[in-house]
Design a binder for this molecule. Structure first.
Ligand code: AMP
Length: 280
């Protein structure tokens, strides 16, 4: 695995591979890698000739400076894990390398209403930051395929819109959520949970299962309220539990013919966890 820290040399290297007809699969991450990330890299390896992984904790997508400061960084361990995974290139840029003209006058994007819902409402500016970093990463990495996890479902919808807005031809490939044996969605943030927090955390997935299975035949508003109050009882501080249309994340008060999804975000132990589950 080759490691690049500079944009220009990585782009030149990848353009040379592309001119030989090789396809490029790209997996952007913020590091503290776990099996969820590795599953994206394996999917990239199956579909592309060259697999590029980036590790960059993007400051512009954190609306809470404390959350940014506490984000786990384990580059040495990440590199060791990547050596045992079919990854050809690792991009490890500094913030100055990504944002070469600073972060004060970055582009903003019109993502429409989906940006204002759920994660967007809880974390103002978050998706602008996601758009800003992806614009820079995709300007550096001429990817044929971009692999992203359904764990960050809203981010997938935003990314689809970003690719359209920027006229980027990269194909977005959504990948399924990897979970621990007890159902907890794998996340770099799980490492920050206390021992008791870690034991409680799978309740988030159980709440989604409760909504999906609807054992008490409740209405959508009753279901989400019941799921949220179960979580609060377990010690979570709930940001949202929402049943929404999978295409636009508009909240639903009852069933629709199209695809529906339940999404939740909650704080436990000062750690913000998110998860989601398709309902049909
Ligand atoms: P992050 O490092 O948290 O920014 O995540 C990098 C990529 O990995 C994103 O596309 C995430 O959606 C994806 N990802 C994170 N956790 C999981 C998981 N448990 N299963 C599948 N993909 C994941």
């Amino acid at each position: 695995m080759r490691i690049f820290k500079e944009r220009a040399s990585l782009t030149a290297y990848l353009e040379a591979l592309r001119s030989q007809g090789k396809t490029i699969g790209f997996v952007p991450t913020m590091g503290a890698l776990h099996e969820g990330h590795l599953s994206l890299l394996r999917a990239a390896g199956e579909k592309s000739d060259v697999v590029v992984c980036s590790i960059f904790v993007n400051p512009t997508q954190f609306n809470d400076p404390q959350d940014f400061k506490k984000y786990p960084i384990r580059t040495g361990a990440d590199i060791r894990q990547l050596m045992a995974t079919p990854v050809d290139l690792l991009f490890l840029p500094s913030a100055a390398e990504i944002y070469q003209h600073g972060t004060d006058r970055l582009a903003t994007f019109d993502f429409g209403r989906v940006e204002t819902l759920l994660e967007g409402a809880s974390r103002p500016g978050h998706f602008q930051g996601v758009g800003q970093v992806l614009e820079q990463l995709l300007a550096t990495i001429p990817a044929d395929f971009l692999f992203m996890g359904e764990k960050d479902y809203q981010q997938l919808l935003i990314t689809k819109r970003l690719l359209t807005l920027l006229h980027i031809k990269t194909e977005l490939i959504p990948c399924p959520i990897l979970r621990e044996a007890d159902g907890l969605a794998m996340s770099s943030r799980n490492q920050r949970l206390s021992e008791t927090g870690r034991k409680t955390a799978p309740a988030l997935y159980r709440a989604l299962r409760f909504v999906k299975e609807n054992p008490e035949n409740l209405s959508f508003p009753e279901l989400t309220a019941r799921a949220a109050s179960r979580l609060e009882k377990d010690g979570f501080r709930v940001a949202y539990v929402s049943i929404a249309g999978a295409a636009d994340l508009e909240p639903l008060s009852g069933p629709i013919p199209g695809k529906m999804i339940c999404l939740a975000a909650a704080w436990l132990d000062g750690v913000r966890l998110i998860d989601n589950l398709p309902l049909n």
